[in-house]
Write a protein that binds this ligand. Structure first.
Ligand SMILES: N[C@@H](CCC(=O)N[C@@H](CS)C(=O)NCC(=O)O)C(=O)O
Length: 206
């Protein structure tokens, strides 16, 4: 059955599009954008995501939201090398996914907004700096892990890597942060150069 990814590629829905491309899963994109006509519409919030956010995934009668959880589901659905090969790997991939959101994304997102995405008048340099200071500790943890393991789990590229790369992606407007961590930089750049990544990001014109 064809999967439906609800959302637009210029949102966290790109994470799920990239995952589906990696896994070779057929999907369609239901172009739900932002605002009262999109993710905040009563119809979308009652049928798909009561939080009013994108992305969400429909797989038959199953509806999932939370981009990184969707990706872990897709990996297990498709199987193959991106999926956990054991319960232990499943636990580690879940751990890294929660960590990606709790330790990296919570700082990387405001860094991105206050560096580039908000109009200049709305940028807060002090808040930006606070998050830059805070992101170095988890980036150091990631650097140490990648230096000794190459990948997050199982010595191969898995959905754990894809999920975390999607959060490190928010540091793209501050490349000096990524460059301070050579193992992270090499892993990030290799992940962003994968054929499936390019196919997904081509949908954004990137
Ligand atoms: N933790 C959620 C965050 C979802 C989220 O905040 N999505 C943004 C777009 S990337 C959104 O829908 N913003 C519009 C809104 O909340 O109205 C996930 O990873 O899926």
């Amino acid at each position: 059955m064809t999967l439906t990814i609800h959302g637009i590629v210029r949102s966290r829905a790109i994470r799920n599009v990239w995952a589906a491309e990696e896994l070779g899963l057929p999907y369609t994109i239901d172009e739900v954008g932002f605002g009262p006509e999109g993710s905040r519409s009563p119809a979308f919030m009652s049928a798909i995501n009561p939080n009013g956010h994108i992305p969400a995934l429909s797989d038959g009668s199953l509806v999932l939201w939370e981009s990184l959880a969707i990706n872990l589901y897709l990996a297990k659905k498709a199987g193959g090398t991106l999926a956990p090969a054991s319960l232990a790997e499943d636990g580690l991939m879940t751990m890294w996914g929660f960590w990606a959101m709790a330790e990296i994304e919570q700082h990387a997102a405001p860094i991105m907004y206050h560096t580039a995405l908000y109009p200049e008048a709305e940028r807060d340099p002090a808040l930006r700096q606070k998050h830059i200071d805070a992101v170095h500790a988890p980036m150091g943890v990631l650097e140490a892990h990648l230096k000794s393991h190459g990948y997050l789990v199982g010595g191969r590229f898995t959905m754990a890597d894809l999920n975390l790369v999607c959060c490190v992606f928010y540091l793209r407007f501050t490349p000096e942060i990524i460059a301070a961590y050579p193992a992270v930089k090499a892993w990030y750049e290799a992940s962003m150069a994968r054929p499936a990544t390019r196919r997904a990001f081509a949908l954004r014109g990137e």
